[in-house]
Design a protein around this ligand. Structure first.
Ligand SMILES: Cc1ncc(COP(=O)(O)O)c(C=O)c1O
Length: 362
């Protein structure tokens, strides 16, 4: 593809950071607090999202697992999650032994519908996992209210929303636990990687143990854990990337505004921030009935448009759950994401706009 949907933006600084770690010979640390680069990266994350604590792990999936384990989610429990997400959201729940219960989304921003969540709450429900899909903030006020009334935990799947704020507060920091992914398709990367943030000291102490087989000093596992440690090379890359993140997000915003000023005149649903929301524009996602033919035509022109996600999780063979989720079904058939990452130039945007006009009007 001439213009891929998302690519990591890596420079000389990342290369020297990796070289530095390699020369040091210290590639990881099994100490409870992690290696030097891991700790420094966590410090930068805390400062960035304004959380009290941050624990770096080796994927966004691991971040979700660690968060759920720290809440004590287990077999027999239920966790409510949108079916319209990447399968990792549900898989992390399934890995605890709990049952993912699938809720519907809202057509306006593709995030979990609080009303659908309310209907799915049972005696077994222990937590809600809202997903800030595409970097769109979920309806956190309403979800918070439901959680308070029903004594539920909230794990924010902020894998795609690092940098998105709602009323100046970072997504991922609203409730008990927030989880980010550092996969290369995200707004910043460490190759593979993830972060859990929390303001709760008890959960933080547990997370440190969970990252490291439940150990404190070595061979003394106090609780269940796994090897979820982030390698030092990845942490060194992440340290550089998080310093560049505000710039990356600015370019995404600029590209988004250029796209929207033209595409909003066409017969399409274009993405719009709601009041008080400032998105990281992880993905620029439109909705159109002509999605499949549009995708084909964009690909023919070298524009790496992509569908996130063509199958709702509840219909994936492993889950095969019998749920009626009409907005989820609608979304899987109508959404299409267009490239806005920092390597997309103004010329590229003009080309995308011209191509989209031809497709929609012609
Ligand atoms: C919504 C969502 N949840 C969870 C994940 C899992 O993150 P990772 O791929 O880093 O394990 C991703 C990213 O792929 C995601 O997009």
């Amino acid at each position: 593809m001439k213009i891929p949907i998302n690519i990591p933006v890596l420079g000389k600084e990342e290369i020297s950071a990796v070289n530095y770690v390699l020369k040091s010979g210290v590639l990881t640390s099994a100490a409870m607090n992690g290696g030097k680069n891991v700790q420094e990266f966590e410090g930068l994350v805390k400062k960035f999202v304004k959380s009290k604590y941050a624990v770096a792990v080796n994927s966004g999936t691991a971040a979700l697992q660690a968060a759920l384990y720290s809440l004590g989610i287990k077999s027999g429990d239920e966790v409510i999650v949108p079916s319209f997400s990447f399968v990792a959201s549900a898989n992390a729940i399934a890995s605890t032994g709990a049952k993912p219960v699938f809720a519907d989304v809202l057509q306006e921003n593709f995030t979990i519908n609080p009303e659908s969540v309310r209907k799915k709450i049972t005696k077994k429900t222990k937590a809600i996992m809202p997903v800030h899909l595409y970097g769109h903030a979920a309806f956190l006020e309403e979800l918070g209210e439901l959680a308070r009334k029903n004594d539920l935990g909230i794990v924010e799947d902020a894998a795609q929303s690092l940098g998105t704020t709602l009323h100046k507060k970072y997504t991922g920091t609203f409730f008990d636990l927030g989880c980010y992914s550092l996969y290369p398709g995200k707004v910043m990367t460490s190759g593979e990687g993830g972060i859990v943030v929390t303001n709760n000291k008890k959960l933080y102490d547990k997370l440190l143990m969970i990252r490291n087989h439940g150990m404190v000093k070595g061979y003394d596992s106090k609780i269940f854990g796994l090897n979820l440690r982030l390698p030092e090379i990845s942490a060194a890359v992440a340290k550089v990337q998080i310093k560049k993140l505000p710039k990356f997000i600015d370019v995404r915003r600029k590209n988004t505004m250029m796209l929207s000023s033209e595409l909003s005149n066409l017969d399409l649903q274009t993405p719009e921030e709601r009041k008080g929301e400032k998105r990281n524009w992880s993905l620029y996602t439109i909705a159109t009935k002509k999605r499949d033919s549009m995708l084909e035509k964009l690909h023919a022109k070298g524009i790496g448009a992509a569908v996130y996600y063509p199958i709702p999780i509840h219909k994936i063979p492993f889950y095969n759950a019998k749920s009626s989720l009409p907005n989820t079904d609608w979304a899987t058939k109508n959404v299409l994401s267009l490239p806005v990452h920092p390597k997309v130039s103004s010329k590229d945007i003009e080309f995308i706009v011209k191509t989209m006009r031809e497709i929609v009007n012609g």
